[in-house]
Design a protein. Structure first.
Length: 174
């Protein structure tokens, strides 16, 4: 994991109404809160997960980092909205390497976007309770242009995205 060597972890949440930032310190088996802050965004800055006013977000992030005297530049962030699709799908039993090689073929049946316009990830959940020869797989897809927009404002604000997750899973994956 990227942050195991680091003593601090910086998290950034770009929401539809607020920008929130936390700085956590690695205190052995857990993290402790060192610093936090938020900035209110003008209405319609983000609509349904789509960035409409990137400069408002860039300025809010820069002001937070400056006011909180945050030195660390590498951050973890997450994405939400209509451009994020999470589905539990049924696949034949196979190992993870085989799933990785076939996930795009399977995803075209479940994702309403052109498969080349999304980033895909998956997690094998285990054998299916519905069929003995099947397994449950969690399929996650995010539109590439949405990821690009979020990474762009973060980088323009002077930060370096190290981890991009989906809001639903971000805390679990920390």
């Amino acid at each position: 994991m990227f942050f195991q060597k680091s003593k601090t972890l910086l998290g950034l949440n770009i929401g539809s109404s607020y920008i929130k930032i936390v700085e956590l310190k690695n205190s052995g088996p857990r993290y402790t809160l060192q610093n936090f802050g938020y900035a209110i965004l003008p209405s319609d800055t983000i609509v349904d997960g789509t960035i409409m006013d990137s400069m408002a977000i860039v300025n809010a992030i820069k002001n937070l980092v400056e006011n909180l005297k945050i030195k660390k530049k590498q951050i973890c962030t997450s994405i939400s909205g209509h451009s994020v699709i999470i589905k539990k799908i049924l696949m034949p039993l196979m190992d993870e390497a085989t799933v990785e090689n076939t996930i795009y073929e399977e995803a075209v049946h479940h994702i309403p976007y052109d498969i080349f316009d999304v980033n895909l990830d998956f997690q094998i959940l285990g054998p299916s309770l519905e069929a003995n020869d099947k397994m449950d797989v969690l399929l996650v897809a995010v539109k590439k242009d949405v990821i690009s927009d979020y990474l762009g404002v973060i980088e323009e604000a002077g930060l370096q995205p190290a981890v991009v997750d989906v809001d639903t899973f971000a805390l679990e994956n920390m």
